[in-house]
Design a binder for this molecule. Structure first.
Ligand SMILES: CC(C)(COP(=O)(O)OP(=O)(O)OC[C@H]1O[C@@H](n2cnc3c(N)ncnc32)[C@H](O)[C@@H]1OP(=O)(O)O)[C@@H](O)C(=O)NCCC(=O)NCCS
Length: 171
């Protein structure tokens, strides 16, 4: 049985991390892969709060790190579900850096991820609808719908390429 509709607000996640030396690269800034890991976790928790199922990451849209994050900085990730489709959900994750000494903040990256809800045997299952509360929720859901169309088209092309490569290899 599908749960009742839920608001984007109910899925919100605030995750705060300190960038430790083990999270950094030789340049003394955060390793992009570590930030991507935190993004994945924050997005997954938002989607789990929405559907109360186990979820798998289907895709992560392009990540653009607009500014470096120095080791020693605080990183705050804010995530929420932007749109719920049939069995998948888009999570938006906003990443800000914060100086622990001055409190100065910077917007470093915004990420969009798609998670698929699954039952215990790994079958995709329907997720609750998203109940919009205001115009901001509606704008996010609308934009998420446009992103979905593009990402599914790209995924289809990649899948076809992969299948034809496999066919060629088999001869
Ligand atoms: C993601 C996954 C479950 C999709 O399986 P599939 O059989 O291709 O999926 P289906 O066609 O049944 O679609 C299931 C949902 O996934 C969505 N989906 C599939 N591929 C997608 C992609 N590349 N990006 C975004 N959504 C995608 C579909 O739109 C559908 O959502 P909807 O029901 O809301 O429309 C499957 O590819 C998988 O298990 N991938 C590995 C996931 C994983 O292990 N992630 C961890 C990182 S390795």
């Amino acid at each position: 049985m599908i749960d009742r509709p839920k608001t984007p607000r109910a899925s919100r996640v605030v995750m705060t991390q300190s960038v430790l030396p083990g999270d950094g690269n030789p340049l003394g800034t955060a390793f992009g892969g570590r930030i991507a890991q935190w993004i994945d976790i924050a997005g997954a928790i938002a989607c789990q709060r929405h559907c109360r199922r186990r979820v798998v990451t289907a895709s992560m849209d392009d990540l653009h790190f607009l500014l470096p994050i120095k080791v020693g900085m605080i990183v705050e990730l804010r995530a929420q579900v932007n749109a719920a489709f049939r069995t998948s959900m888009e999570a938006g994750v906003r990443i800000e850096s914060e100086s622990p000494l001055t409190g100065e903040r910077a917007h470093v990256c915004t990420a969009y991820l798609t998670f698929v809800a699954q039952d215990e045997s790994g079958r995709a299952v329907e997720v609750p609808a998203l109940q919009m509360e205001d115009d901001e929720d509606r704008r996010r859901a609308h934009d998420a719908g446009e992103r979905r169309a593009l990402r599914l088209a790209r995924a289809r092309i990649r899948k076809e390429r992969l299948l034809s490569e496999q066919k060629e290899r088999k001869g």
